[in-house]
Design a protein around this ligand. Structure first.
Ligand code: MSP
Length: 502
């Protein structure tokens, strides 16, 4: 059986979960559910990044220990994922004892191997970002609280793996997606790569994983957090459980953290003699009025507010449909309502209502038996087969919004087909089995089954209601035409997507 292992970034536990975080996690859930529905063995990992100065400072401010602080804050993420219908397999926290043990084991291995060394370093340090920065980065003005620091620290020999990394990226065109990010990383790698400072002295920062060979230091948060991707599937010196899942198929992230994932992480894996993940996918940002949504700017849209108002599926649909993977997208309440009304209330909702109500009223709530198909039926069945294979192709290429648009085109075709055939008129002439009305409604109901199955990964709640109304008790990914059984019960699920009037 084929497998898919998919991850989200570990969110900083101190952050207020917002649409940006929700987007990546829903995207992972959609891809995960899609592969599950076509019979893959899947594993989805998410979690929280819990060490570092900000947590330490927040805990002091609240008069609690850092551990008490993160134990409290982590629930906000867990609750929101529950509300957004995220079906992850494991939630990893960087304060989990097993994660800490593994990080220390890896540090020890790399130290013994000579890939980690102690050195004195003098350079610019951004306190807010908790890392050393170059002169150029300091000039660009993106970093705050910059200090000149001279101290002894441990370094990972990242430079040793530079050539190997470049050739891996060049030889694996799907390793970094989209292409713009791949080019960005390749051009970054044209300059000599520095070694990576992977420790922080405890006198400056205590809240971290202690370096196993020097109790005066803790581990740099990124070195700690990136290792979650192997620890989350049970890494323990290449044991069998781990080998079942590793390498990851997709690491999903926003474009701001592609360098840590495409440079630090693969060189760390090379040093550990582990395979590299198949694909790193960097998506764009959700913007409000052209600005990145972020807590410090104060323009954050809270996903839960929209869920409470319009339901979880419509938010999931909107986020997946309105962002072209790799590009930025603008969030606004108006665009949300517009998308909802056109695609969900008008197109999908309308098809569900029309078909189920007509069958319920005129065929005693039983799926009619179709007669022979004419050209118009053969055309739409053919169209559906094309859509099914295009959706599969788009999903495999991670063209999520294209996959959705393609499915919506099928739904619009069903509506058009109903307009042409006008079954509400045909019924008045003849509503016996195999009549033209019966044929039309059978074809439409079966196409509704197919399109609802295609929409299931995006809208798991509403599509299950639609499928249940067609007597489909579970997701049947046989999307060839003709699965619906004549005489099975068909019952209207009620209005699933009421129009939003504002
Ligand atoms: N803790 C690190 C990741 C460690 S992974 C081993 C981190 N956390 S974060 O909470 O700041 O960000 C997590 C993710 O949210 C990133 O992928 C980031 O790109 C994404 N987003 C944060 N704001 C965003 C938007 N406004 N829009 C879309 N995604 C953005 O970085």
């Amino acid at each position: 059986m084929e497998k898919i292992y998919i991850t989200t970034p570990l969110y900083y536990v101190n952050d207020e979960p917002h649409i940006g975080h929700a987007y990546t996690t829903i995207l992972a859930d959609v891809i995960n559910r899609y592969y599950q529905s076509i019979g893959y063995k899947t594993f989805m990992l998410t979690g929280t990044d819990e060490h570092g100065l900000k947590v330490q400072q927040a805990a002091i401010k609240n008069n609690v220990t850092p551990k008490q602080h993160v134990d409290d804050y982590v629930n906000r993420f867990k609750e929101i994922w529950k509300k957004l219908n995220i079906k992850y397999d494991y939630f990893i926290r960087t304060t989990d004892p097993s994660h800490i043990r593994n990080v220390q084991k890896i540090l020890r291995n790399l130290y013994d191997k000579g890939d980690i060394y102690l050195d004195e370093y003098e350079g610019l340090y951004s306190v807010s970002e908790e890392r050393f920065i170059t002169e150029k980065e300091a000039e660009e003005g993106e970093f705050r609280e910059i200090k000149k620091i001279k101290e002894k620290n441990y370094f990972f020999k990242m430079s040793k793996y530079q050539k190997k990394l470049i050739s891996h990226i060049e030889n694996n065109k799907d390793f970094i997606k989209p292409k713009t990010r791949r080019n960005e990383i390749l051009s970054f790698l044209k300059k000599p790569l520095n070694d990576l400072c992977i420790s922080r002295p405890k006198i400056r920062l205590e809240w971290g994983i202690e370096v196993p060979f020097d109790k005066d230091y803790v581990t740099y948060v990124w070195f700690d957090a990136l290792l979650n991707y192997i620890n989350g599937v049970g890494w323990n010196n290449n044991n069998e459980e781990f080998r079942n899942w590793w390498p990851a198929n997709y690491h999903l992230m926003g474009k701001d953290i592609i360098t840590t994932h495409a440079v630090y992480w693969p060189t760390m894996l090379m040093a550990c003699d582990l395979e590299l993940p198949k694909t790193l996918l960097a998506h764009g940002w959700w913007l409000t009025d052209e600005n990145k949504m972020s807590k410090s700017i104060g323009n954050v849209v809270k996903p839960l507010d929209l869920v409470d108002e319009f339901g979880v599926d419509s938010l999931r649909y909107y986020l997946m449909r309105n962002m072209v993977l790799g590009q930025d997208a603008s969030f606004s309440r108006e665009s949300f309502i517009k998308r909802y009304n056109s695609d969900l209330a008008n197109d999908y909702g309308n098809v569900i209502n029309r078909i189920t109500i007509l069958i319920q009223k005129n065929f005693d709530g039983l799926c009619p038996e179709p007669g022979s198909y004419k050209e118009v039926e053969n055309n739409i069945i053919n169209f559906s087969n094309i859509v099914v294979s295009k959706v599969e192709d788009n999903m495999k290429k991670l063209k999520i919004h294209d996959a959705l648009e393609c499915t919506l085109s099928l739904i619009r075709e069903i509506n058009k087909y109903l307009e042409i055939k006008q079954p509400w008129k045909l019924i008045k002439v003849d509503k016996s089995q195999k009549s033209e009305a019966a044929t039309c409604l059978y074809v439409a109901a079966e196409l509704l089954r197919i399109s609802s199955t295609l929409l299931y990964p995006y809208m798991p709640e509403k599509t299950i209601l639609a499928l249940t109304s067609l007597s489909q008790k579970e997701i049947n990914h046989n999307l060839g035409f003709g699965q619906l059984k004549p005489n099975s019960t068909i019952k209207s699920p009620g209005v699933l997507f009421p129009r939003i009037e504002e």
